[in-house]
Design a protein around this ligand. Structure first.
Ligand code: C2E
Ligand code: CA
Ligand code: CA
Ligand code: CA
Length: 278
């Protein structure tokens, strides 16, 4: 991710001294960017592997700055530490549910939307009430929304997290575990929490072609998911060989550069029209 990220994004290359101020500077810039409505949301298609049909999109926030993009891996941590993630996250949900509701209507689609929720948002009070409010405002069908959370949040205080997740789930939205396999986890949380989907981290997919171990691991994840009634999205799929391997393992859903990079709503609309004709 980092390698392609470096070509895609503008990374600050600071001196030691600048590094000290960088966080503060980025936080101020980000605060302004949010206030001035300068952030954007890009969308990356998720495909049903067995049928080749379009399933939905992951929303990924973009920060255009001086003709480049500042990488989410750089500004999301700043947003989390400063608390700006609260505003950013709600704005992103509002923007993306509104965008995809409009796209679905315009193109006669019924596509799902998958959106990242930071564990900091939990701590800052994002909850089912906020979510319901957003869904009501944008008219997005709750069952077409999946919230992506990471394993790290499931290590926190069990009862409170469980209640929070059940509240979100009760809106009709689905819950996904992002970057599955990278965090410490006992796996028992997959039964305890109301999880619908797991997203296999791209590091496993990237090692796929060369490392039989990775293939065995992915196969094991798929069979575990099947027995728990969870659906699986393989992310970071870049090559046809990976796609074929996943297809042979009966993986449901895939996302990655092999199909499409994240793109603006305008680009997405064109992409969808062309995809439908293939
Ligand atoms: P993520 O949620 O794991 O998102 C997937 C990342 O993989 C995205 O990076 C996407 O552009 C990239 N990717 C997709 N397909 C491929 C592929 O085939 N190969 C490779 N190498 N990479 C692929 P991106 O957009 O730079 O985002 C990085 C991270 O920033 C995300 O990782 C997510 O954790 C965070 N992020 C982005 N937008 C948001 C947001 O709105 N809210 C929150 N909380 N986090 C966000
Ligand atoms: Ca994600
Ligand atoms: Ca991920
Ligand atoms: Ca991530």
């Amino acid at each position: 991710a980092k390698e392609s990220g470096r070509n895609q994004y503008h990374y600050f290359a600071p001196s030691m001294q600048q590094q000290v101020n960088r966080r503060v500077e980025l936080e101020q810039l980000l605060r302004k960017a949010i206030a001035n409505n300068e952030l954007a949301v890009f969308y990356q298609p998720i495909i049903e592997l067995q049928t080749g049909q379009l399933y939905g999109f992951e929303a990924l926030t973009r920060w255009p700055h001086h003709d480049q993009f500042i990488a989410p891996d750089e500004f999301i941590p700043v947003a989390e530490e400063s608390g700006l993630i609260s505003e950013l996250g709600e704005w992103m949900l509002m923007r993306s549910t509104s965008d995809i509701a409009a796209l679905n209507t315009k193109l006669g689609l019924d596509c799902c939307l998958s959106a990242n929720i930071s564990s900091q948002q939990y701590r800052l009070g994002f909850n089912a009430t906020t979510l319901r409010h957003i869904l009501r405002q944008t008219g997005f069908k709750p069952a077409n929304l999946a919230l992506e959370i990471t394993e790290s949040i499931l290590l926190d205080d069990d009862q409170a997290i469980l209640a929070w997740l059940e509240g979100l789930r009760a809106t009709g939205a689905h819950l996904s575990i992002d970057d599955f396999g990278t965090g410490y986890s006992s796996l028992s949380y997959l039964r305890r929490f109301p999880i619908n989907t797991i997203k296999i981290d791209k590091s496993f997919i990237h090692e796929f072609a060369h490392a039989p171990d990775s293939q065995n691991l992915v196969r094991a994840i798929l069979s575990m998911a099947a027995s728990l009634g969870l659906s699986v999205i393989a992310e970071g799929v870049e090559h046809v060989a990976q796609l074929e391997g996943l297809k042979a393992m009966e993986c449901d859903l895939v996302q990655g550069y092999v199909y499409a990079k994240p793109m603006s709503l305008e680009e997405l609309e064109i992409w969808c029209s062309e995809f439908a004709q293939e």
